[in-house]
Design a protein around this ligand. Structure first.
Ligand code: FAD
Ligand code: UQ1
Length: 438
């Protein structure tokens, strides 16, 4: 349990004292026209947009974490290509100025009374609510995993507390199986569990250790990637690089003292396989935010129950949502958050004017599939898993330009475009770039 608590502890980096965001206890005003739950990618993005629409004094964000992380760069941190420090900035520095930051955790959402309760017992009422609580990681659901993450040959790019362990495990690898997993739950960025495999393969080749490694990707899914166009390219790559893909294999136990990982075969109930590892990269099981799950806002599985086109709640018309906490049937990514933010802005504008929302989110999502230290396949697709590519070139090919975009341009676009409410995804550019083409 102590180890688990360490995994969840917030980053202790200090808050910029120069910012004027006050704590909930210090404020008397407990009602906001627009209340945003969660100050991650979706929450900060929407608070910036709501500040422009309604004025800063009408907007509040409930977020307990002192630090805001750009999670997509953790793929490169785990492979030693970027530093963990470069992924985080103080939450105070990304909170739109003048917007109230309530530095607490939401404990309960009561949409029947238009109120939420925070962990210090404060009740906040709202006229409109945006839920952006993200999803929850469940390292504890794999037996032995929390203990395993204390060993030097196990890591996970999915948390700031474990991402540097991946890089250590990779550097320390000597021989044997290098094992990469994908759990039997929905995940955020479904490409990330295999990106670190391609980077590890490249690292082991660069350092002359590849011949001593047997690299395997054990995934619960029945496919390598959801959108066929990119899956076809990835199958070519795994064949060429001698990477072994085992479909429908789900990690159920880690035995760190013996360096063993136990997998169940999802197609043959009761059949398990024990794999000895030299290094293990785990993508943990994930699930809905417990706060959403425990509220009337949830669907049967616990996700925020939204209209998939307007992003308005199905039963509570003054409630909206964005990002990983929702039940939108597309891959959960920051790129999806970008596209959703433009649609949600329009939906809210129309709802405030008592008009019927008419802008439709098409499920746009994107996953820069890092396939080495200088190449990326830029997957972009919609609700129907149909490619929706920004550039008028075949994006299923590995490209250096796209690696540069992922490693150098995207972080800038995130901090200075998305989080400022000025980046609603590439759709306008796609139309321009495809002018005159089919
Ligand atoms: P988050 O950004 O996770 O924010 C949720 C926020 O809610 C957090 O700040 C949290 O502290 C807060 N919160 C939680 N519970 C409470 C509570 N009870 N009360 C108040 N606040 C609470 N996306 C891409 O587009 N491209 C990529 O290449 C990519 N790669 C990725 C690689 C990795 C390893 C990972 C982990 C993610 C990657 N993503 C990528 C996914 C992307 O980071 C997420 O989809 C995105 O951050 C979702 O935004 P969100 O606002 O829904 O959730
Ligand atoms: C994107 O918009 C985005 O959000 C800022 C990402 O998250 C980091 C992405 O990874 C990608 C690929 C996009 C889409 C942007 C372009 C230019 C294709």
């Amino acid at each position: 349990m102590a180890a688990l608590r360490r995994l969840w502890r917030c980053h202790p980096a200090g808050m910029a004292a120069s910012h004027l965001h006050t704590s909930s206890a210090a404020s008397a005003k407990q009602h906001y026209k627009m209340l945003v739950l969660g100050g991650g990618s979706g929450g900060i993005t929407m608070s910036a947009r709501m500040k422009r629409m309604l004025g800063a004094e009408n907007v509040a964000v409930v977020e307990p974490s002192e630090m805001h992380y750009y999670q997509p760069i953790w793929t490169l941190v785990g492979a030693g290509a970027k530093s963990a420090a470069s992924s985080g900035r103080p939450t105070a520095s990304v909170m739109p100025s003048g917007v109230k930051w309530v530095k607490s955790s939401v404990q309960e959402i009561n949409p029947d009374t238009n109120t939420v309760r925070t962990d210090d017992g404060t009740e906040i009422s709202y006229e409109y609510l945006i839920v952006a609580l993200g999803l929850q990681l469940h390292f504890e659901r794999v037996k032995g995993l929390v203990e395993g993450l204390e060993h030097p040959n196990v890591g996970s790019n999915y948390s700031i507390h474990t991402v540097e362990k991946t890089w250590k495990a990779l550097q320390n690898f000597k021989e044997g199986n290098a094992v990469f997993t994908f759990p039997n739950t929905p995940v955020k960025c479904p490409g990330a569990p295999q990106k670190i495999m391609y980077l590890s393969d490249a690292f082991l080749r660069k350092t002359g250790k590849r011949s001593k490694a047997n690299i395997m990707y054990n995934t619960s899914l029945p496919v390598l990637f959801g959108c066929k166009k990119y899956a076809d390219s990835l199958w070519e790559i795994v064949k060429q690089r001698d990477l072994h893909v085992n479909l429908r294999h789900n990690l159920i136990e880690v035995r760190p003292d013996k360096n063993e990982a136990v997998f169940e075969n999802l197609d043959k109930p009761g059949e398990t396989k024990v794999v000895e590892y030299g290094m293990l990269h785990v993508t943990p099981p994930m699930g809905p935010s417990s706060v959403v799950k425990g509220s009337p806002l949830a669907d049967e599985a616990g996700w925020l129950d939204l209209n998939k086109e307007t992003l308005q709640h199905k039963r509570f018309p003054n409630v909206f949502g964005i990002g990983d906490c929702t039940n939108l049937p597309t891959a959960r990514t920051a790129a999806a958050v970008a596209a959703q933010s433009g649609v949600l802005n329009k939906t809210i504008k129309q709802v405030l004017k008592k008009e019927k929302p008419d802008m439709k989110y098409n499920g746009y999502t994107s996953c820069p599939l890092v396939t080495s230290y200088n190449t990326v396949i830029l997957a972009e697709f919609d609700y129907n898993l149909q490619p929706l590519e920004t550039f008028p070139i075949n994006q299923a090919k590995e490209r250096r330009t796209m690696y540069h975009m992922k490693a150098d341009l995207m972080p800038q676009l995130y901090w200075h475009g998305l989080l400022k409410g000025r980046w609603g995804g590439p759709a306008p550019y796609r139309k321009l770039l495809h002018l005159g083409m089919k």
